[in-house]
Every structure is written in structure tokens, then in C-alpha cells.
Design a protein around this ligand. Structure first.
Ligand code: NAD
Length: 468
């Protein structure tokens, strides 16, 4: 009996190891034989997702075949057409060419009969949409209309987009929705570049608002726009923080990488690799805000980008949770960030036009078993950015949160096998995201082209079912 159990245990370990090794299922599904085996066993068959390795190109959609559709009386079509042209995309007249990008201007949908335009555009195309295609839906801001039917009609497009994302996700395609105010259509440029570009990889099934609440900078182009900006990325010795620091450095940003003294070796290694400046500091120490203020005042006189990435988990059910675990999570994941912001904003170190990005989590959207403390803080960040955005809009400052789902990092590697496999597969693309995927969204939110987006929380979760 004992021997049988040991053998079983060994077999389980073997399967665990195989599956956790850089996601064996993706590799298997990539070959004809492997795909057959995966199908036979009834396993999910994730496709290899398209990713970018370099900085933003001057024309981010170069050579991509794009098809635009629209409902009658939409107000964004002309602008979208021009943005696509300027970005180097190749316009298609019909679906015959197998489009890489589809954009639907649904701003004219003001009553249910207008929905037919969505069916007429997408239905004939569904079988020819390419792997890793990008779909961007553009709709009117529901709140902008005084008419309940028009508002409801606009809001319905969200249900359509999220469902389409689920249908196209297995192909590695993304579908996102931008609600745009009629006075903010110029701000669609950055939105199109990102959500129709390769960098969107693990961001799908999202709906965001594009408004004119923050004054637009002179240029909205994102190629080269971050050169010589000064950025602080907290918790950047490893994981998502490190990937973000690397990604920003690729854009020519002077990055300051912060982490706790215990992570010194890894932090210095990150900094050496990307030419960043290391800063050893516990963000939850009482004098951290002042130390940061002194540092930036002396070295740069300013800070342009602040990525509040450092975060911890101390998971236990509430019944088993120790006071210390509760307090630590609240201190590091929320209180410390708010204290740092207060100091840097009031002392004008965070200047006009600055960009602030916070790492929330899908646990903060939906809650999670054993994470009452963690989800509390991550939900608090969602509320924090929504409340801060209008207060800082007058200074041209954008404040947003990103909420990762299952990302392949040290944090998720330490999860029990079954919980990890469930987290990894329960999403529309049937796989975990990479730290780089989160870094791409953060970097985009730091660009001038994202000036229409503030107060939002955007998930990077492959449309994870948690918080769906
Ligand atoms: P990670 O544990 O790999 O890295 C976090 C880094 O923050 C570490 O280097 C750590 O030393 C640092 N840090 C912790 N406490 C600190 C403090 N007091 N002062 C300074 N630095 C501190 O985490 P990750 O997976 O890269 O996640 C990064 C962020 O994204 C976290 O806020 C996390 O909650 C969030 N997130 C991650 C996932 C995921 O799947 N990995 C999912 C949702 C949200």
C-alpha cells in the first residue's frame, strides 16, 4: 500500500515537473504529433502567443492587414482610418485577405437595431481571422448619453466584446473595447497603437474609458517619447518589476530600481544588465517617503514615472491568519504607496504630466480564497486610482492600475501544483502570462499616447475566469 502510494506520488511529481517546465503544453501543441496527443487526452491546447522583444517601432502596425467596419453615424471612423494609415497598416477592402487587425467603430450604436452592424461585420469573418489577430471595438461612453436606451446599447457592446474575446482567445487573438468620448477621439492614437499592436499579447477582454479629462501633451506619438524620462520601479529585483524596468530602459528611460536590502544581489544584477540605478529601501519603513524625496531632489530634481510594483502575499484563510500577516500586507501593498505619493506629489517631485501605475491583481477584482488581506489591498488600489485621477487631471497626471492574472513569476511558481495549473489554464488563451506582458501594458500607460486613460484598472490576465 505504502509502495503504491510512493509510486503514485513519484508519478505525480513527474507530471508536475513536465507541465511546469516553461509550459510543456504550448510546446506540445505546436507540433502536429503533439497537438494530436493533447487532443486525445482532452487537454487544453494553448497556441504560442506573439510577443515583441524590442522598443516601439516608428510605425507600430507596419505591414499589418487591417479591416475597418462601422455602424451608421459613428463619430470615430475617419480618425481611426487615419491612425491606421499613419501607423503603417495595410487597409483591406474586404475580409478576403485574412485580416490581422479588425477595428469596429460602434460609436453609432444608439439603439438595439444598430447591433445588426456588429453581426454583419464579424459573422462572415469569424473563420478567417488570423492567429494572434487584434480586434479593437470602439463605442460611445455610456454615461455621456442622457438617453437610457442609448446608454444601455453602448454598454451592451461590452458583453459582445468579452464574448468575442472568449471565442477568439484559443487562437491567441485579443479583443478589447475602448469607450471613447466624442471630444476625445484624437486620443485614440495611442489606444490603437497598443491594442492593435503586438504588445497587447495577454491583455484581452478588457473595456476601458478614453476621455479628455487630462490635458493632452503636444505629441501623442509613442515611438521615442519616453527618452530621458526618469522612472522609479519598486520591487524590481525580479519578476514583473524587473521586466518593467527592462522594458522602460529599452525606451531610453533612466530607471531607478528599488528593492529591499535582502534582494541586493539580484537588484544589482538587474541594474547592471539595463544601466539602471539601484536603490535599497523598504518602502514600508517610516522614513521611506522622505528618503525618496531627498534622493530624487538631489539626483534629478524630478520624477516622471512611478511604478508601484512592490507587493507581497501572506496567504491564509481568515480563521488562520496571524495579525502580523494582515498588517504587513496592508502596510506594503497599500499604505506605503499612499505615503510615498503624498510626499512626492506635495513636494512637486512628481511633476505635471507624470505617470503613476499601481500593481493591483485580479484577486482585487474578484476576491480569492485565502487572500482576504491581499485582495483587500489590491481592491483598495483600484479605488485609489479612480479617486486620484480627477484630482490630478488638472496637472496632466495620469494614474492607473494594472491587474495581472496568472503571471509566470517566483510568486506563482511557489503555488501548489493543482492551484498553479488551474490558475494557468482558466483563461481564454489557456496559459499563463509572462512578466514582459505586464511590463508592456505598464510602459504603454506611461506614454503620452495614453493621456486619455486615467483612473482605470486594466487586467493583464488572458481574460482569466477569476474576476471575469
Ligand atoms: P515577486 O514576489 O516576484 O517580486 C516582488 C518584489 O517586490 C520582490 O523583489 C520583493 O523583494 C519586492 N518587495 C517586497 N516587499 C518590498 C518592500 N517592502 N519594499 C521594497 N520592495 C519590496 O512578485 P511579482 O510576481 O513580480 O509581482 C509584482 C506585483 O504584481 C506585486 O505587487 C504583486 O502583488 C502583483 N501581482 C502579481 C501576480 C503574478 O501572477 N505574479 C498577479 C497579480 C498581481
Amino acid at each position: 500500500m505504502r509502495r503504491r502510494r510512493t509510486r503514485r506520488h513519484r508519478n505525480i511529481r513527474k507530471v508536475e515537473k513536465a507541465v511546469s517546465m516553461s509550459d510543456l503544453l504550448i510546446k506540445l501543441s505546436g507540433s502536429r504529433f503533439g497537438a494530436g496527443v493533447v487532443k486525445l487526452l482532452g487537454l487544453p491546447a494553448p497556441v504560442e502567443l506573439a510577443r515583441s522583444e524590442g522598443p516601439y517601432a516608428e510605425q507600430p502596425l507596419t505591414g499589418k492587414k487591417i479591416l475597418l467596419g462601422g455602424s451608421q453615424n459613428g463619430y470615430a471612423m475617419e480618425r481611426l482610418r487615419q491612425i491606421a494609415r499613419d501607423a503603417g497598416a495595410v487597409p483591406l477592402e474586404s475580409a478576403d485577405g485574412g485580416p490581422d487587425i479588425l477595428i469596429m467603430d460602434a460609436t453609432g450604436c444608439t439603439n438595439p437595431s444598430d447591433y445588426r452592424a456588429l453581426y454583419d461585420f464579424f459573422h462572415p469573418l469569424m473563420r478567417s481571422i488570423a492567429r494572434n489577430a487584434r480586434v479593437l471595438m470602439v463605442a460611445a461612453l455610456p454615461a455621456a448619453s442622457g438617453d437610457p436606451i442609448a446608454a444601455a446599447t453602448a454598454r451592451g457592446i461590452e458583453g459582445f466584446s468579452r464574448s468575442l474575446a472568449k471565442e477568439l482567445g484559443p487562437r491567441g487573438a485579443t479583443v478589447n473595447l475602448a469607450y471613447v468620448a466624442s471630444d476625445a477621439i484624437d486620443r485614440l492614437v495611442g489606444v490603437v497603437h497598443f491594442f492593435c499592436g503586438v504588445q497587447t499579447t495577454y491583455v484581452t477582454g478588457q473595456a476601458l474609458h478614453v476621455t479628455s479629462q487630462v490635458a493632452a501633451p503636444a505629441s501623442l506619438v509613442y515611438h521615442g517619447a519616453l527618452k530621458a524620462k526618469v522612472a522609479l520601479v519598486t520591487g524590481s529585483a525580479r519578476g514583473i518589476g524587473r521586466a518593467t524596468a527592462e522594458r522602460l530602459a529599452q525606451e531610453g528611460v533612466q530607471v531607478i530600481c528599488l528593492d529591499i536590502p535582502a534582494a541586493s544581489a539580484a537588484l544589482h544584477e538587474t541594474c547592471r544588465a539595463i544601466g539602471a540605478i539601484p536603490l535599497l529601501l523598504n518602502i514600508a519603513s517610516p522614513d521611506a517617503p522622505r528618503q525618496l524625496m531627498d534622493f530624487f531632489k538631489e539626483r534629478f530634481g524630478r520624477l516622471d514615472i512611478l511604478v508601484h510594483n512592490a507587493g507581497i502575499t501572506r496567504d491564509k484563510t481568515l480563521a488562520n491568519m496571524k495579525e502580523q500577516s494582515w498588517d504587513q500586507v496592508v502596510d506594503i501593498n497599500f499604505s506605503a504607496m499612499a505615503a510615498i505619493d503624498r510626499m512626492l506629489l506635495s513636494e512637486n517631485i512628481l511633476r505635471d504630466q507624470a505617470r503613476l501605475v499601481y500593481l493591483s491583481s485580479i484577486s482585487g477584482v474578484a476576491g480569492n480564497f485565502g487572500q482576504t488581506n491581499y485582495a483587500l489591498t489590491k481592491a483598495a488600489l483600484i479605488g485609489y486610482v479612480a479617486a486620484q485621477a480627477p484630482l490630478l487631471a488638472g496637472r496632466g497626471i495620469c494614474v492607473n492600475a494594472v491587474a495581472p492574472g496568472f503571471i509566470e513569476t517566483a510568486m506563482t511558481r511557489d503555488m501548489p501544483f493543482m492551484a498553479r495549473e488551474i490558475g494557468r489554464r482558466l483563461n481564454s488563451v489557456k496559459q499563463g502570462g509572462q512578466p514582459r506582458d505586464v511590463a508592456e501594458l505598464i510602459t504603454f500607460l506611461c506614454t503620452p499616447g495614453a493621456c486619455g486613460i486615467s483612473g482605470e484598472t486594466i487586467r493583464v490576465c488572458g481574460q482569466g475566469l477569476v474576476g471575469a
